[in-house]
Design a protein around this ligand. Structure first.
Ligand code: NI
Length: 387
């Protein structure tokens, strides 16, 4: 293991260089053309074979000397529509696009991991698949939906991933069994009434009243139907209707999101919301249509995968390993792999110099010392799993 420490020291500069390159050249979901090209060039340099999936996805393949199990390691590669205000010397060159979630670090960590595992391949019994996944942030049609269906991925025995986390200090990490991040679906609701004069509501069907009734009634799914010990959220985040002081409008449009940590509860949202909508239609005479968009399921870490992950993480982070970091209401599309493959997802402390800055903020930055810790975790996990 002394040997590994030295190897990690040797690739630290490489990972920092990579992280800065990707930080400076961010690309939005499904548009990661240059990002994907750069990843392939790096894999070419390492003489690692790969396959291209959906134009920007890349799956690298390292084959150990002996046959054995198959491990997938995933990194997401897309950036966000955020205008960077960090003032970093390697700040984004693409206006209005920024690696504000740390996926630049994820690519760098996986490339560093690839380098080391490729050097160690004679000691591995089995195969490693390096999954560079596009479009994690594009919740309606995210990359994991497609990459999880590729044969190489479907046949994996296990999959691991991590997210650098701005709310966790450098040198710390969390890996809990069971649900760690919530499901994240979205919806549109279209309300159709009958327009009329504000003075004669009896001659119209008011879509605003229908919308108000509906928003209130949707909340009762959470407060009156759901077991309060199971955290759930329905948020209506947009309500648009009307443009005059004395006209009752014809239509209203609501938008929002649902969250749950339990995938069987998540799967019930659509039916429950439809039932409430049917009732509000009756009460208000408005016609209401629900368009529910499946986003990502809850991220649920599998038991055996997590047991090994925690053992490895305790070696890497020592006293910095967080035993009981709380669950997060945010969603992560790594969850889609976990529906089919046993695996686990680690939260890697990476709070930058200026302290904790939330993910997706225009000032989000990480402490680059976290890169080495991330690679150490992946490499040790892989060598343990493919012993
Ligand atoms: Ni992210």
């Amino acid at each position: 293991m002394e040997n590994l420490k030295k190897k990690l020291d040797n690739i630290e500069d490489y990972m920092i260089k990579m992280r800065r390159y990707f930080h400076q050249n961010p690309e939005l979901s499904w548009k990661e053309v240059d990002t994907s090209k750069k990843i392939r060039e790096e894999l070419d340099d390492m003489k690692i074979e790969y396959k291209i999936i959906k134009e920007t996805g890349v799956i690298g393949h390292i084959k150990g000397k002996l046959t054995g199990k198959r491990l997938g390691i995933r990194a997401d590669i897309d950036a966000l529509p955020v205008s960077e205000k960090t003032g970093l010397p390697f700040c984004s060159k693409n206006d209005g696009v920024m690696h504000a979630c740390g996926h630049d670090a994820h690519i760098a960590i996986l490339l560093g991991t690839a380098k080391l595992l490729n050097e160690l391949k004679d000691e591995l019994c089995g195969e490693v698949f390096l999954i560079f996944q596009p479009a994690e942030e594009y919740i309606q049609d995210s990359g994991a939906k497609y990459l999880s269906q590729v044969d190489e991925v479907k046949n994996l025995d296990r999959i691991i991933g991590l997210h650098i986390w701005g709310d966790i200090e450098l040198g710390k990490a969390s890996l809990n069994e069971g649900p760690i991040m919530a499901s994240a679906d979205t919806f549109d609701i279209y309300i159709n009434g009958k327009s009329g004069h504000g003075a004669t509501p009896h001659l119209s069907v008011d879509p605003i009243i229908a919308g108000v009734q509906l928003i209130n009634s949707l909340q009762t799914i959470i407060t009156r139907e759901n077991n309060p010990l199971e955290p759930q959220v329905i948020s209506v985040t947009a309500f648009n209707s009307g443009n005059s002081k004395n006209v009752i409008p014809k239509t209203a449009h609501l938008e929002g999101t649902t969250r749950a940590f339990n995938n069987s509860l998540r799967n019930r949202y659509k039916e429950e919301m439809q039932r409430v909508i049917d009732g509000v239609e009756k009460i208000t005479r408005a016609k209401i249509e629900l368009d529910y968009h499946d986003g990502t399921p809850a991220t649920v870490n599998e038991k055996e995968a997590t047991i090994l992950g925690r053992k490895v993480a305790k070696e890497v982070f020592k006293d910095g390993f967080l035993e009981d970091y709380p669950m997060l209401m945010g969603g992560e599309d790594f969850a889609k792999y976990l529906l089919e493959i046993p695996g686990c997802f680690l939260l890697l402390g990476g709070a930058g110099e200026k302290g904790k800055v939330s993910q997706h903020s225009e000032k989000f930055d990480i402490d680059e010392s976290a890169l080495k810790l991330g690679a150490e975790y992946f490499v040790k996990y892989a060598t343990e799993f493919l012993k």
